[in-house]
Ligand binder design. Structure first.
Ligand code: CMC
Length: 432
């Protein structure tokens, strides 16, 4: 018997079938189209997935109209204020916040697996000195599958856990090595007495001739940046990780694919692009000209750090980032930072501009993060690398959820074919 809640598919007054409507715990209902082709012979067309739920997930929820971001139900503002990055990693992976014992076990495992195989040092030597650290990170992460093939069975939950922990523990080491290599300094081994963020800073900024004195404000800022980038539902890189993983590929290779996807300026690469853009704008008086370029359909220029596929309201991460940015610059004694002043002016003018208002383009997480990272001392080429370090916990959590899903099958979209119809081959001597 037909369910009155189902969606009926009617073509030329003939009922072709009906589709179930599925309800989540939050957010819009979704139409279950898995039987659409069987019932109607039709596919759906949604090339950039603007209206497609690619999976069922209980990790992260976003309400883009209200500017809400929840991890396992907890608002990002509360997590950024009260939690730590490793606690959030545990939460994303396990569904609940850890108790004291669980937290201490988890952070001890992560802390004690920060070293990478010594042969990685040789692997890095193969890159050109001026290689972009994202290129190195992408390759090094994929190469980890060649070093840790003792835990490659993705169907074994224990081996999956080992690989997940290895990735979370070692990705800051690989990222810091990419940086050190690019500036011609020796690699710095991890220090297990330090927190996740402090250790990362030490591996980036310490040199044999002078130890790096960790400053709380810097490690707190890095911790916050990591927290704000930890996961973000089914974005391009996470979907890439899931799709790569859906074929049964090993996790290191999937994360390498995620890093590649993150690199683009429309996604994680936007933090690097924001700084380049601010340097190019140079002066407040040039802002109107750049806004004009952003509005011009024939100009490929976009205002980096603005707009989001899902947020049609202020990105809640950008609010926290803006506050952190002011705090860090003040604590570092950087008064009247010209880039921050320019960024704030640009934000103000853009938010009052009819084009940006009409298209609901607000600053996103990448708008302010680069200014903080620059103040800490990172070059722009490292900005997306830090994003990748943080997002690794989201990627591994989402990948693990997919592997555990009993309905999981290889991801395999279809297409709207617009090429030539069937035709006969013409021998080269008869072609014009
Ligand atoms: N500057 C100027 N115009 C823009 C911008 C922008 N930053 N963003 C969107 N638009 C316009 C776009 O031209 C389009 O206009 P029209 O309707 O006339 O064709 C309209 O707004 C909708 O944009 P869209 O490209 O269809 O939206 P999307 O959901 O496909 O793209 C986006 C989202 C984030 C890729 C895009 O807003 C963008 O390119 N922003 C700049 C890059 C950026 O900051 N990316 C970081 C995203 S947040 C962190 C992350 O994901 O890593």
């Amino acid at each position: 018997m037909s369910d009155p809640n189902n969606l009926k598919i009617i073509k030329n007054e003939k009922e072709l079938g009906e589709l179930k409507i599925l309800k989540g715990s939050l957010g819009p209902d979704v139409i279950d189209i898995r039987n659409l082709y069987n019932q109607t012979g039709l596919f759906t067309y949604d090339p950039s997935y603007g209206a497609t739920s690619s999976c069922e997930s209980s990790i992260t929820f976003i309400d883009g109209d209200e500017g809400i971001l929840l991890h396992r139900g907890y608002p990002i503002e509360q997590l950024a204020e009260k939690s730590s990055f490793l606690e959030i990693a545990y939460l994303l992976l396990n569904g609940e916040l850890p108790n004291k014992d669980e937290y201490s076990k988890f952070s001890s495992i992560i802390t004690n697996h920060t070293m990478v195989h010594e042969q990685f040092l040789n692997f890095y030597q193969g890159f050109r000195r001026d290689a972009h650290p994202m290129a190195i990170l992408c390759a090094a992460t994929g190469a980890m599958s060649a070093f840790y093939n003792d835990s490659g069975d993705i169907n074994d939950p224990i081996q999956r856990k080992i690989t997940i922990n290895r990735l979370i523990a070692k990705i800051p080491t690989l990222a810091a090595m990419a940086y050190k290599y690019s500036i011609g300094q020796p690699f710095v081994y991890p220090d297990n007495n330090l927190s996740y963020a402090e250790n990362f800073l030490k591996m980036c900024f310490s040199v044999p001739a002078q130890d790096f004195k960790s400053r709380n404000i810097l490690s707190d800022a890095i911790e916050k940046i990591f927290i704000l980038h930890a996961d973000h539902e089914q974005n391009a890189s996470t979907s890439t990780v899931r799709l790569a993983g859906s074929s049964g590929a090993n996790l290191f290779a999937c994360i390498s694919a995620g890093i590649a996807s993150l690199w683009g300026p429309a996604h994680g690469g936007a933090n690097e692009a924001v700084l380049k853009m601010l340097n190019e704008i140079q002066n407040e008086k040039n802002i109107p000209n750049y806004l004009k370029k952003a509005r011009d359909k024939n100009d490929p220029f976009r205002l980096f750090g603005f707009g989001h596929r899902v947020y049609k309201n202020y990105d809640p991460r950008a609010k926290v980032m803006q506050k952190t940015c002011h705090e860090v610059l003040e604590l570092l004694g950087i008064k009247d930072d010209p880039l921050l002043k320019l960024a704030m002016k640009l934000e103000k003018i853009a938010l009052e501009d009819s084009y940006f208002i009409e298209k609901k383009l607000y600053p996103n997480v990448d708008f302010y993060s680069g200014i903080i990272l620059k103040a800490i001392g990172f070059p722009t080429s490292m900005f997306t690398v830090l994003f990748a370090v943080a997002r690794t916990v989201g990627w591994v959590a989402q990948w693990n959820e997919m592997i555990e899903d009993p309905n999981q099958r290889i991801g395999r979209p279809r297409q709207l074919y617009t090429g030539s119809k069937k035709r006969d081959f013409i021998d080269i001597k008869n072609r014009n």
